[in-house]
Design a protein around this ligand. Structure first.
Ligand code: GDP
Ligand code: PGA
Ligand code: MN
Ligand code: MN
Length: 604
């Protein structure tokens, strides 16, 4: 075991101690320290072992167990020694209670198996946050290693000089067919011991539960670290829009709940949209770490190295950029889509026409589609939360400075989600407290990214509900403190691509067309358009939006998505009061913002 560490060039004694201790505890038979340069070999091993199937040249398919296809929010726990860290949503438990439970589950669990050691950095190398971005994930699962290589910067050289400053992350897949997922005897435990910077996840191989660098560290642990160290960690996409006519560039960060459009927004606003006047660059699609630098500039970066995108409805028309990023040779890994071993092809709902020749096709559960019983004939072929994993390098419009450790200035912060009524296309807010209040009261339909939640309307503060690591009142105060330090306050906005008509259709075409409201927001911030005041923010006047090329139906529906329904909003305000009322120590500034909006609504 020690040889494996020495051979891999690990000299950091804290890493050696951590790895050795867990190798003993789990009883691992072999150990392997991995780096990004091991990718080709590990892929081949995965193919040989039947864990991966080839998708054309240089792409791969992996299927996870059918009860293991999404994050489990019930089984996700934040543990610390201090009960003051208990929030409404973080499922807080004392670490003294939960840590022994998971440790017991992991004891001896790797007998006869390989323990992969994945040193990683959740940041571009060389940032001031390196010490908080470093981690070591231990896992028994080769597919997890391959996905981590895509999603994080992996290799001992990333962290060997950082001493004990790394997150200790342990992942054990467990016997997936015997974990009683979703029952009262559920054995899965996904624990972040935030004040010990330790992550212990047992019982899943799905990315959202098993890629510990990405979600458990990059969001959950890091939000705790950010709170203690003066920066924000959010489930945000990050993109840049340059207006070639004026030469101005604006960077916009934004939070929408999982599977609500972040990846598409960050990727699909391609340069040719709107008559080639704008240039859009991709920085990140799921996580942003945000701080105020020594000059008082609000900045942020994407700590990830890849994209973990929802497959459903990804096609040439909705997201050509994503399609370009998952081409032969890209190294992309698809999970839980439909697969055809004969043609080595993949398919998902909304990819394009459904294959008419069923020969060879298997659905996401691995069942032969041609053999389906009549009552299952119309079942989806792919899981609604099926995914592709690819690296940022593969994204054609990735910004040149995407891995600049200094990050980029952030000019605007947007919130959104799947809201079928009430929320207009876009409403801008100049007041920081009202913007933060708006994030805290983000209400949207939950999606298939979380087990058993699809369609449920719920509040999801800043889209961080599943990742919050401490109390919501403290979180709100931290937001006000960090943003308050910026010399230039960002403009805030709430967006909604998902308003529906009475017949259930989306009133806004979305995807690439979402550039139009964002351009309006840039122009609003620059004082080039004035919009119309409403109690819940400034919404565009119809003629201020660039409408060239928008389809007939969208033009006909436009007035509806640019309207505020007073009665519906007043109803909402009562719900918000209840929602915010649950939070301990909510800053008075947030309550004041709530009352201000309420009063403006009364007299609207
Ligand atoms: P993320 O999980 O927040 O990154 O969301 P994604 O961008 O992966 O999108 C999740 C799902 O919503 C996918 O099935 C997308 O096709 C769909 N989606 C994304 N953007 C839009 C949009 O503007 N309009 C509509 N109708 N669907 C969208
Ligand atoms: P998403 O990422 O936000 O792109 O869906 C995965 C997740 O949040 O579970
Ligand atoms: Mn996410
Ligand atoms: Mn995404």
């Amino acid at each position: 075991m020690d040889r494996a560490l020495a051979d891999a060039g690990v000299t950091n004694q804290a890493v050696i101690d951590f790895v050795t201790q867990w190798a003993e505890h789990t009883g691992a038979e072999r150990m392997e320290v991995v780096s990004a340069s091991d990718d080709a070999r590990l892929l081949q091993e995965g193919l040989d072992a039947g864990e991966l199937q080839p998708v054309g040249e240089g792409m791969y398919y992996s299927r996870s167990y059918s009860k293991d296809t999404a994050r489990s929010e019930e089984r996700t726990i934040v543990a610390t020694a201090d009960e003051q860290d208990r929030g409404v949503y973080n499922n807080w438990k004392p670490s003294s209670q939960v840590r022994p439970v998971v440790e017991e589950l992991m004891k001896g669990a790797l007998q006869g198996k390989t323990m992969y050691v994945i040193p990683y950095l959740m940041s571009p190398k060389g940032s001031d946050l390196d010490e908080l971005a470093a981690g070591v994930e231990l896992t028994d699962n080769r597919s997890v290693v391959l996905q981590m290589i895509r999603m994080a910067r992996v290799g001992i050289e990333m962290i060997d000089d950082l001493g004990d400053n790394f997150v200790k992350a342990v992942h054990v897949t467990g016997d997936l067919e015997n974990l009683q997922q979703g029952t009262p005897e559920d054995k899965r435990n996904f624990v972040t011991v935030a004040d010990e910077r330790t992550i212990l996840h047992y019982g899943s191989s799905y990315g959202g539960n098993a890629l510990l660098g990405k979600i458990a560290h990059g969001l959950r642990q890091a939000s705790y670290d950010g709170w203690k160290n003066g920066f924000l960690v959010e489930q945000f996409m990050l993109l840049g829009i340059t207006d070639k006519e004026t030469g101005k560039k604006y960077n916009i960060a934004g939070g929408f709940p999982s599977a609500s459009g972040k990846t598409n927004l960050a990727m699909t606003l391609a340069p040719d949209a709107l008559g080639d006047r704008f240039y859009v660059e991709f920085y990140g699609d799921d996580i942003a770490w945000i701080w105020v630098d020594g000059d008082g500039v609000l900045r942020g970066f994407n700590p990830e190295n890849g994209v973990f995108g929802v497959a459903k409805d990804t096609n040439e028309k909705t997201n050509p950029t994503a399609i370009d990023a998952i081409q032969p040779g890209s190294g992309a890994i698809f999970t839980n889509v439909a697969y055809n071993p004969k043609t080595q092809d993949v398919w998902w709902e909304g990819k394009g026409p459904k294959p008419t020749d069923l020969d060879g096709w298997m659905d996401w559960k691995g069942e032969v589609i041609a053999d389906r019983a009549p009552e299952h004939a119309d079942d989806p072929w792919a899981h609604p939360n099926s995914r592709f994993t690819t690296t940022l390098e593969q994204v054609p419009n990735v910004a040149k400075d995407y891995d600049d450790p200094k990050g980029v200035e952030i000019h605007g912060i947007i919130f959104g989600g799947r809201t079928r009524d009430r929320e207009p296309l876009i409403r801008a807010m100049d007041d920081t407290a009202e913007g933060v209040y708006d994030g805290l009261t983000l209400g949207a339909e939950a999606t298939a990214a979380a087990d058993g939640k699809e369609g449920v309307l719920r509040y999801d503060p800043m889209s961080m509900r599943p990742f919050l690591s401490y109390g919501e009142g403290d979180y709100a105060q931290h937001w006000l403190d960090v943003i308050g330090r910026a010399k230039n306050q960002p403009v805030f906005a709430h967006v909604n691509w998902f308003q529906r008509g009475e017949d259930g259709r989306f009133l806004w075409p979305g995807y690439r067309e979402n550039l139009r409201p964002l351009v309006w927001l840039m122009q609003y911030r620059a004082g080039e358009v004035e919009g119309q005041q409403t109690p819940v923010g400034v919404i565009p006047k119809r003629e201020e939006l660039l409408l060239d090329g928008l389809d007939e139906q969208a033009l006909a529906d436009l007035d509806t998505v640019l309207t505020i329904d007073k009665a519906r909003w007043q109803e909402e305000m009562a719900n918000r009061e209840e929602h915010l009322g649950q939070f301990r120590d909510l800053p008075e500034e947030i309550w004041e913002a709530h009352r201000r909006v309420n009063e403006k609504l009364e007299s609207f």
